[in-house]
Design a protein around this ligand. Structure first.
Ligand SMILES: *Cc1c(COP(=O)(O)O)cnc(C)c1O
Length: 341
């Protein structure tokens, strides 16, 4: 099978499995797991924040951030197709008791003037704005890189209104590798960031949230409340350290494979999308001659796995589990399916 459903399907390689086996361990709820402590220091340094914390998933990372920054009855500005709004089962409403304020972005990016317009006035009829959320790369927009200038502009608005900004940076390293902008420049625009170790970076489990030391101190209590305090979590952290030390640069291969796929698919009749929209490792296309379900199931029969993300759109995601050869086969297979062979 050529698995293009997500970069979450990546498996730990041999070096990572060895690091897991050899990990030095302690009880992380007591703060005594040396591997977790090393990972958190390394991660904080890489994103230029004072402190960082390991969480089991990106969703928990985002939710801990929302819980830490906000209080119930306030409003959180977020992009209408963002993961926090779309894919977290309304967790921010259920747990944090916030009201989401979804705004339509452009290629996933929220214009600063739109954000400013959405910030609430002081009026008893209105929920106070408590947080602005950004996402980079933007998943549902197609792995698009949010330009640094856009993030800086939102940051300026946030400073003006004294509001925190949380970055869902599940794939912030993809954004950095694709754009050449250091991760720290993106994260300098935000108060907190979440990123995934378990996607393109190839670790089996885990995400990081990072921010100021007082923010992470509060976040630790929220993680504990949610049941995310883990004991000998060095088992996970050992893989995360290797992911950060050895897997960041190779994301460029995933991007090159996605570009190859985009160019191949764009040349086919019966597929519509703009290959210029492909910035990183995600390719989203619209079949015009058959339904998405039919395309997905015919591809699956022929050994290519994709996901349907909209009634008219199919997503292909590259990762270290697929190589150039797999991409060439995928293009040929899509061509065969569209031709009805
Ligand atoms: C995958 C993803 C997450 C959540 O990560 P999980 O570990 O699957 O909970 C959050 N945000 C974005 C943009 C993602 O792509």
């Amino acid at each position: 099978m050529i698995d293009l459903r997500s970069d979450t399907v990546t498996l730990p390689d041999e070096a990572m499995r060895r690091a897991i086996y050899e990990a030095e361990l302690g009880d992380d709820v007591y703060g005594e797991d040396p591997s977790v402590n090393r990972l958190e220091e390394l991660a904080a340094d890489m994103v230029g924040k004072e402190a960082a914390m390991l969480v089991p998933s990106g969703t928990m990372g985002n939710q801990v951030a929302v819980l830490t920054h906000t209080s119930p009855g306030t409003e959180v500005i977020m992009e209408a197709d963002s993961h926090i709004y779309y894919y977290e089962a309304a967790a921010a409403s259920v747990f944090a008791g916030i009201q989401p304020r979804p705004l339509q972005g452009h290629r996933g990016s929220l214009p600063a003037d739109l954000v400013e317009w959405a910030i609430r006035q002081d009026d008893i009829h209105l929920p106070p704005t408590s947080l602005i959320c950004l996402e980079n790369t933007h998943n549902r927009a197609g792995g698009t890189v949010i330009p640094l200038e856009d993030m800086k502009a939102v940051h300026e608005v946030a400073v003006k209104y004294d509001l925190p900004v949380h970055l869902d940076g599940a794939r912030i390293f993809n954004a950095s590798v694709a754009s050449g902008v250091p991760v720290r420049e993106f994260t300098a625009c935000v108060s907190s960031v979440q990123f995934c170790l378990s996607k393109g970076l190839g670790a089996p489990v885990g995400s990081i949230i990072a921010g100021s030391r007082p923010f992470i101190d509060d976040a630790r209590r929220w993680r504990k409340r949610l049941g995310g305090g883990m004991r000998q979590a060095g088992i996970i952290a050992a893989a995360g350290i290797l992911a950060l030390e050895t897997m960041v640069d190779r994301l460029a291969e995933d991007h090159a494979n996605a570009r190859l796929l985009a160019e191949g698919l764009a040349a086919l009749k019966g597929i519509e999308f703009n290959p210029e929209d492909v910035d990183t490792n995600i390719v989203i296309v619209r079949p015009t001659s058959m339904s998405v379900d039919r395309l997905g199931s015919e591809l699956e029969k022929r050994g290519v796995l994709t996901v349907v993300i909209e009634p008219d759109r199919v997503r292909f995601t590259t990762s270290k589990e697929v190589n150039r050869n797999d991409i060439e086969k995928t293009i040929k297979t899509v061509q065969e399916v569209l031709a009805g062979n």
